[in-house]
Design a protein around this ligand. Structure first.
Ligand code: ADP
Ligand code: MG
Length: 238
């Protein structure tokens, strides 16, 4: 059960507190969008969940277990960033299998997992190419493929589509939705694009200045924004 719980979660950089004790319960297999203006603490929150930043206070639980002190690889999650960070000298196949290889799996066990992920993401015909021979959207799909071969319980996305043009973004939204339906993992998806959040998520979490301002379904936050800030951000009618 890949629930994710944030309990009074705090982040400080030196004397500067940027996340002020936030609480959030993400259900197993839920798709949560974390939104808010630049600098409100979205990436910091995601990086704490991923284990890339230590927490300064409170508890972080995955599947009910406190993971504050666990390294990223022990959390069974995968993170997809806006920069694809593919290895340029490796083929798509090698990029997608790399994490399994360093985990010590045998080539004959890795191949079918990579091929399955490639089928899910429509990458089969691209497996022998290198990243430089791919379009932006294809690279982003490889980055997702690399994440899903690890069969994570939890997927973390940090603005994965913000480097893509509008048309591709719309297309990739559909891909991400399909991916979630297929792999059945819990998703926490950071974006500053409210349309992306509204179309993808089961629930939306609106952050402001290191606090959570409102949590609700897309309909909830649109129809019943708690504040002018939320209404303005979501684009609710006045
Ligand atoms: P968002 O992803 O919502 O744009 P961030 O989580 O990146 O926001 O940043 C939240 C706040 O924390 C910002 O004020 C940012 O300047 C600050 N911050 C982020 N990373 C660091 C860091 N490594 N050192 C100091 N301050 C940081
Ligand atoms: Mg960010």
């Amino acid at each position: 059960m890949a629930t994710v719980s944030l309990e009074k979660l705090v982040k400080r950089y030196g004397s500067l507190e940027v996340v002020h004790g936030i609480d959030l319960e993400v259900a197993d297999r839920e798709f949560i969008a974390l939104v808010g203006p630049s600098g409100c603490g979205k990436s910091t929150t995601l990086r704490m969940i991923a284990g890339l930043e230590p927490v300064s206070g409170g508890n972080l639980k995955i599947g009910g277990r406190v993971v504050n002190d666990l390294p990223p690889r022990a959390r069974n999650l995968a993170m997809v960033f806006q920069s694809y960070a593919l290895y340029p000298h490796m083929t798509v196949r090698e990029n997608m299998g790399f994490s399994l290889k360093i985990a010590g799996q045998k080539p004959e066990d890795i191949a079918p997992q990579v091929e399955e992920a490639a089928r899910t993401l429509d990458l089969t015909h691209l497996l022998d190419r290198r990243p430089s021979q791919l379009s932006g959207g294809q690279r982003q799909r490889v980055a997702m493929g690399r994440a899903i071969v690890r069969q994570p319980d939890v997927f973390l996305f940090d603005e994965p589509l913000s480097n893509l043009d509008a048309k591709l973004r719309t297309q990739m939204r559909v891909e991400i939705k399909k991916l979630h339906a297929k792999v059945q993992s819990t998703v926490i998806y950071v974006t500053h694009d409210q349309v992306e959040a509204m179309t993808l998520a089961d629930r939306i979490v609106i952050m402001r200045d290191g606090y959570i301002e409102q949590v609700g379904t897309p309909e909830d936050v649109f129809q019943r924004p708690k504040s002018k800030f939320v209404a303005g951000f979501i684009g609710s009618p006045p």
